[in-house]
Design a protein. Structure first.
Length: 581
């Protein structure tokens, strides 16, 4: 296997072209591995086998009479069929609309309607049910294609329902009559043609559709090759949601390098899969590294002084070359912990609006506490108020149907206002301070970056799962804290504390445990940053309650609203730390 010879100026115009180049270069090399439905050995597709299925699906879409750039939505967890469908959409000259499988019926209908999606790839009957219940809002939707067909066939009087094999068969028949139809669609693709609509999971209001054209994705395919981030001999474990821009970017880089990718989005299987796949590369959001760090350090004893390097590497399968981390900030202490153990975590930075990858640390030049240096072709500038501005091939062309919102963040010269605050080091490395909207000022006039304080507590306390620091226009800071059940409950057994998670959290010994870590945290903070009171919540934050985005970022506004009583109690009087579990 070899990486395709790519430069920014000479890269293929689209990922569809890049994909076909890859198939021609290494047809027999393994492309994707995936778990089988029976739970047996993992299945495998070569690049030529992948192309055969992608071509059939693309031809099936063309047979439906969908016009170039019209939208085809995918509502599914991360699995190999997601990748096949997305590649087929591109090869048919269409555009993908991504929908998180956890999105409720109302918001799913909004996304499909706003994008005018004509076709939906739905993972299973549950995803189909969402559009069946909202059919009156979806006049453009004509066809639903199901990955996992239920035993009882699905039917609707509002749109046609096909299984994926049925669509592929339809595509095969179409190719007999028009054998060059897919290649013709690829040949007619333009760099500036819409490729993907990804809807941001905003904390308030309806999500905005980010328009990313083919040039954005061809850039994301070329950049990892040019920088040496990914290699042709890598084994990559992908579990991140492909509805998120981070996962989609990784696919582009994998096609360019040609390495094999093992695909399984089941979060409950991540630990098991790391041992089965033994990847050389994986990528995750900070919460995953925080959980692994917490589990490893919680099992350490004073006698050992902490887990040894072998145990840390073994947790990732034993042969990890790099781990890429993005989507939110990771504590420098946690980054250093893994680096010292021989597991280099390369923090990177980007947004949905920049097709993810904008900056990344290099394996041979890791700057802990930074998100690395820009990809070739990407420019970074710091505005007078500290906001990070980005310009480059990965930047979106605007928000779908929202020209006024586009004008607020994207100027005539192509500079995108990220909403993040940061600074550039002498070597060009970028450090993120906080989200501009998350910075708050105490009633005493002191500015506080909550993520900095939260990151420090997560690095100190292996029991912490999530923490939200509060203090906007208040005279002191407080925190809502949740604990990691996988670490907390085994500790509770050793302490003789009975009960489930909520009961253990409510125990005085648990309160005392966390209080000790908070006191240690405060010793290293400025006076105005210190946590004066905290509340342990009776459950962890989750996506279902709207407290986390699908990429596990905390929605601060939602959390503080849902736990308003606990917040209010921490600002009543001057008594001892409030504890409402």
């Amino acid at each position: 296997m070899t990486s395709l010879p790519l430069t920014l100026d000479q890269r293929p115009p689209t990922v569809a072209h890049l994909f076909l180049d890859r198939v021609r270069a290494t047809p027999d090399a393994p492309a994707y591995r995936f778990p089988t439905a029976e739970g047996g050995p993992w299945g495998e597709l070569s690049w030529s086998g992948t192309a055969e299925r992608v071509t059939a699906i693309a031809a099936g879409l063309l047979s439906l009479g969908i016009n170039p750039t019209e939208r085809v939505a995918i509502a599914s967890s991360t699995r190999v069929e997601w990748i096949l469908a997305d590649l087929a959409v591109m090869c048919a000259g269409l555009a993908t609309t991504t929908v998180y499988p956890t999105t409720n019926s109302d918001e799913t209908a909004y996304i499909l309607a706003d994008s005018s999606s004509r076709v939906l790839f739905a993972e299973d009957a549950a995803q189909v049910g969402k559009v069946l219940s909202e059919h009156d809002r979806l006049p453009d939707l004509t066809t639903v294609i199901v990955f996992d067909a239920p035993e009882e066939p699905l039917a609707s009087e509002h749109f046609r329902i096909l299984t994926l094999p049925e669509l592929e068969h339809q595509g095969t028949l179409h190719l007999k009559d028009q054998p060059e139809s897919v290649q013709k669609a690829v040949d007619e693709l333009r760099q500036d043609q819409l490729a993907t609509l990804i809807y941001t999971s905003g904390t308030t209001g309806r999500p905005k559709g980010v328009r990313l054209d083919h040039a954005c994705w061809s850039y994301q395919g070329a950049a990892p090759v040019i920088t040496g981030l990914l290699r042709h001999d890598d084994v990559h474990f992908l579990w991140l949601p492909l509805s998120h821009v981070f996962g989609k970017t990784l696919i582009c880089g994998q096609i360019a390098t040609g390495h094999v990718m093992a695909v399984d989005g089941r979060v409950d299987k991540v630990v098991e899969n790391l041992q089965t796949i033994r990847p050389t590369v994986t990528a995750a959001v900070p919460r995953i590294f925080e959980k692994i760090y917490g589990n490893l350090t919680a099992r350490a004893t004073p006698a050992t002084g902490g887990p040894d390097a072998h145990a840390v590497r073994a947790a990732f399968g034993g042969r990890l070359r790099i781990a890429v981390c993005g989507s939110a900030a990771l504590s420098p202490d946690i980054t250093s912990f893994f680096l010292d153990a021989g597991v280099p975590i390369l923090e990177g930075y980007g947004l949905t609006e920049t097709a993810a990858g904008s900056t990344v640390n290099r394996a041979d030049a890791i700057r802990v506490g930074t998100v690395g240096v820009p990809y070739p072709g990407t420019e970074v500038r710091i505005a007078e108020d500290g906001e990070i501005l980005l310009r480059g091939p990965g930047v979106m062309r605007g928000y779908h149907n929202l020209p006024e919102k586009t004008a607020e963040v994207l100027d005539a010269d192509g500079w995108f206002r990220t909403g993040d605050i940061g600074e550039l080091g002498p070597d060009g490395s970028l450090r993120i301070t906080d989200r501009k909207k998350d910075l708050f000022k105490t009633s005493g006039g002191k500015y506080i970056a909550p993520s900095e304080v939260e990151g420090r507590l997560k690095a100190l306390c292996p029991f912490v799962s999530n923490v939200v620091v509060i203090g906007d226009r208040r005279n002191y800071c407080t925190a809502l804290i949740t604990l990691d059940a996988t670490v907390l409950l085994p500790w509770a057994v050793t302490q003789g504390i009975p009960g489930d998670y909520a009961e253990v959290v409510d125990a005085p010994a648990t309160r005392l445990l966390v209080d000790g870590y908070v006191r240690t945290l405060n010793e290293g903070l400025q006076r105005w940053q210190t946590i004066k009171k905290f509340t342990l919540l009776p459950r962890d934050l989750d996506i279902e309650h709207g407290e986390l985005t699908p990429s596990l970022k905390v929605k601060r506004t939602v959390v503080t609203r849902l736990h308003e009583d606990a917040v209010s109690a921490m600002y009543e009087g001057d008594g001892t730390p409030a504890h409402r579990a």
